[in-house]
Every structure is written in C-alpha cells, then in structure tokens.
Design a protein around this ligand. Structure first.
Ligand code: HEM
Length: 480
C-alpha cells in the first residue's frame, strides 16, 4: 500500500480545516470575481447544484481555481497535467473531507469514509478485497441475472401497458437488490413495491443532508433543526436495517461465503485480526450505499445516451445479438466480450462520473504544477466532470457523446490519469469490477430485449446529492 499520512491533530478531522492552512500562495490561484466579504463566492450559487456551479466557474477560471463559501475555501483542480500529479501516490493520498467527512456519522470508519491513518481501513481492505476477485464475481453472476430478470418482468408489464418507465427509480431498485443479495443475502423486495424501499429514502436523505452541510453555513445549519431531526431518524433507520440483516445471518449460522460472511468470519491473513461488530455495521451500510447509488446513476446516464443516439443504440444492439446469440442467459465470460457496450458505459461515465469529485492531500511539502506550493496536509478537490472534459486530453468537442473515444487505439493515444470515474490509488473504488460487470450485463440484457425511445422534448437535467443522477428521465420501450 502507498504511504499514508497521520493527522497532525487527531481530534480535528482534516476536512474541517481551512484550505488556507496548507496553501501558502493561494493568491496565485484564481477565484470568481464577485467575492462577498465574509460570505465568499456565493453570487449565483445554487445550493442544489454546487457541482454544476463549480463546472461553470471552472470553464471561466481554468485548470485550478478556488471557491469560498461561508468561511470554507476549497481549491479545485481539473487540468489533466495537475490531476496526473495529484494521482502520484508518492506525493498525495486520499483526503477525507467535505462530503466524505460529513458521511462519518453514518458510515464511521467504514472503507469509504475511513481516515488513511485508521487501522480499520487496511484491515477491512485486506479482508474484503478477495470478495471482488474474478472468482467472487463469477459467483455473483447468477444472482445479478435473477435481479435483472425482475427488472425485465416489470419493464415487460410497462411496455405491454404502453407506459414509459422511470429509469433512475428502476435502476436504483435493481442496483440496491443486486448489492443486497450478492453481498449480504438480503432481499429488500424492491420490485414488489410501487415506491422505493424506505432504506433508499433514508439513504438519499442522509446523502442530501451531507451535501447540504458542505454548502450551508454551520450557523444556519444549526437553525435547521427539522433537517437535523430528520437526519437522525434516517441514520437510525439505516442502523436498524443493517442490524437486522446481520442478526439474520448470525442466526442462520452462515451464508454462501459472500461479503457479509467475510466481514463476520474471516480473519486478516497475516495478523489474524477480525472486524469488530460496530465496524461491521459501518461496512454493511457503506457497501449498501456505495454499492448501488453510483451504479444506478451510471446505468441511467448510459440508457439516456443510448436512447438519444439511435446509431449508437443500433451498433450496441448488433453487438449484443452477435456476441450472445440465442443463449437464453449470457454466461459470466460473455459479459466482458461486449466491448462496444463497455465503451458506451465508459463514455457515459466520462461525461457524468456519478461520484463527481474526489479529494487528494499532500503527504509531504510539495509544489503542484511547479507553481503552487502545498504544505503537508493541504488538499484539493479533483473535479472529475471537468477533468473528463479537458480539451488537452479529450479534444475540441468534449461535450459530444462518442463511445469511440474508448476504442483501444484512442485510449493508448491519451495520457495516463485523465479518466478517473473510480478515483485513484490505494483508495480507489474497490467495487469497480462489480459495477462494470453488473452494468454491462444489465445494459446487454435490456438492449437485447427492447428498443428505447426518449420522451419527446426531454433535456438532460442532472440532480446532485453527493452522487449524480439524471433527473426525471423516462424512456419508452418496444419489445424487439
Ligand atoms: C459506477 C459505479 C461506481 C462509481 C462511479 C464509484 C466511484 C468511486 C470513487 C470515485 C471512489 C473513490 C472516492 C474517493 O477517493 O474519495 C470509490 C470508492 C469506493 N467504492 Fe465505488 N464506485 C462505484 C461502484 C461501487 C460498488 C458497486 C461498490 C461496492 C460493491 C463500491 C464501493 C466502494 C468503496 C467501499 C469505496 C472506498 C474504497 C476505499 O477507500 O478503500 N463502489 N468509488
């Protein structure tokens, strides 16, 4: 594992320190022109769309800039060269701050929210990583197929009734069921319900609350007692749900060797240490949340772009028909053979990486881009949505949806570290292969079965709640 830092003051999470502390020459980094004293760069800011506001500011200010809101100043980086430097694990590591730190009351020292110096990160990483091996993935494949079958049964009913389908809603049902069943042997029964499971509602509440804490001043947020109360109720519901899942597994005397079995039964291969019960609770919440929300968004954006680009849809359908033939269900090995469909997915994740930013901190005093001195502990937010639009890496029309950007030759011609939907380094996404297998499988099954048409006049609107999701996306289906 790469070298990890110790917090200088363990009682003060780094996420709550001002960026100025580590950036001795902030004056070299541009900020928006109309800065309001004490409050900061709030002119034109929308608390519901902080990410898209930052994208607009980025386009004006260039590859590195800063934004200040209510005392917190954040340095954003999106230029390909600078982002490549931040990916250098000998100089930088994950920074747990902002939205990620705000999730600590929910996810504690679970894998995603653990500080680099917390021993539970390495322990859980080593115990859980084999749960994402090729063999493990092959074991999840039949369950993934079952859940996709439930989705298609629901879509068949909508199609027969001439109803359009709620894409983000249905993808969220699918991905929640998939991670719950493959990882924890739990069935939320999402497809038997009209509305989303209360677990999802509580989770979305917790994510939105964490996001709002980034953009609402602490003073005001303490006045929002109602929101605090709802958040406490959401957290309690999430805890109760996972406690029930864990209790059911313990009572059953063991499962099929899935993630939950690993958490409960597997000891660290070298130290023999095990995960503590409170940490297991945090890991289950982490995996249920991290394991479905982002994949649901990725599938939804891909379906949007497929429906909007009939040529791309036809090419992808031709590939699925050719590669899968008449096999009633695709075998595990046949999923990775859908190379064009993977490009569609990658290109959707390029334009809308559903975890749209990640933070990196200096693990030693260093200078970014030869110009910006950073003291150890100084951090910056990599704005992935803009890194994925940097013309230096992606050409003059980065807004154009073009899956051929991910053809092997095109990938080889690009510099390293310009495509980062899954983050970078030791703390990059542990579920990457899981998400890619699940999403490619489901897209393949859907394209083999349906033609997709957009709602007339739909224009993509992106909803933000720490992750990204196409807002109000509905599609019309026709059985092929
Ligand atoms: C398209 C789907 C997904 C995207 C875009 C995504 C994105 C990311 C990103 C950007 C990070 C790094 C965050 C940071 O540096 O702060 C991350 C970490 C993580 N992801 Fe994912 N993810 C996806 C799917 C999944 C799935 C399916 C799982 C679990 C089954 C998962 C579990 C995790 C965990 C546990 C971490 C923390 C890893 C660590 O710090 O050791 N993710 N993900």
């Amino acid at each position: 594992m790469a070298q990890m830092t110790q917090s200088a003051d363990a009682t003060l999470p780094r996420g709550f320190r001002s960026a100025e502390q580590g950036w001795p020459r902030l004056d070299r980094i541009p900020h928006p022109p109309r800065r309001v004293p004490l409050i900061g760069d709030v002119v034109g800011a929308n608390v519901r769309t902080p990410l898209q506001d930052s994208m607009r500011i980025a386009a004006d200010l260039g590859p590195i800039f800063r934004r200040k809101g209510f005392g917190k100043e954040i340095v954003f980086v999106w230029g390909a060269d600078l982002a490549a430097e931040l990916a250098d694990e000998s100089r930088f590591a994950k920074h747990v701050g902002l939205g990620v730190a705000n999730l600590r009351p929910v996810a504690g020292d679970g894998l995603f929210t653990a500080y680099n110096h917390e021993p539970n990160w390495q322990l859980a990483h080593d115990i859980l990583a084999p749960g994402f091996s090729r063999e493990a993935m092959e074991g999840y494949h039949p369950l993934m197929l079952d859940v996709a079958g439930q989705l298609m049964a629901a879509w068949d009913t909508s199609e027969a009734a001439g109803r359009s389908v709620d894409v983000p809603g249905d993808m969220t049902k699918l991905t929640l069921e998939t991670i719950a069943r493959t990882g924890f042997g739990h069935d939320f029964g999402s497809f038997e319900r009209e509305r989303l499971h209360p677990f999802v509602t509580a989770m979305v509440g917790a994510l939105s609350f964490a996001q709002r804490r980034n953009v609402v001043p602490p003073l005001l947020s303490s006045l929002l007692r109602g929101a605090e109360k709802r958040n406490a109720a959401d957290r309690a519901y999430l805890n109760r749900t996972v406690d029930d899942v864990i209790a059911a597994r313990r009572a059953s005397g063991g499962g099929p060797g899935d993630l939950l079995d690993r958490m409960l039964e597997v000891a660290h291969p070298e130290t023999g240490e095990r995960l503590a019960p409170e940490n297991i609770r945090r890991q289950v919440i982490t995996f249920l949340v991290a394991g479905h929300e982002t994949t649901s968004g990725a599938l939804s954006f891909a379906l949007h772009y497929l429906a909007q680009n009939p040529d791309v849809l036809a090419t992808a359908q031709e590939e699925v028909d050719r590669v899968w033939g008449d096999a009633p269900v695709p075998a595990y090995q046949q999923v990775a053979k859908l190379r064009y469909l993977r490009r569609v997915l990658d290109e959707s994740l390029r334009l809308w990486p559903t975890a749209p930013a990640f933070a990196r901190e200096a693990i030693t005093d260093t200078t970014l881009g030869g110009t910006h001195p950073m003291r150890r502990g100084a951090w910056a937010l990599v704005l992935t949505t803009m890194l994925h639009r940097d013309p230096a890496a992606w050409g003059e029309n980065p807004e154009t949806f073009d899956p051929d950007r991910f053809a092997p030759q095109a990938v080889r011609a690009r510099p390293a570290h310009v495509f980062k939907p899954f983050g970078t380094g030791a703390r990059a996404c542990i579920g990457r292969q899981f998400a890619l297998h699940e999403a490619t499988l489901v897209l393949g099954l859907l394209l083999r079965r349906y033609d997709l048409r957009p709602e007339p006049g739909y224009r993509l609107k992106v909803a933000e709640r720490l992750t990204l999701m196409p807002d109000g996306l509905r599609l019309h289906l026709t059985r092929r």
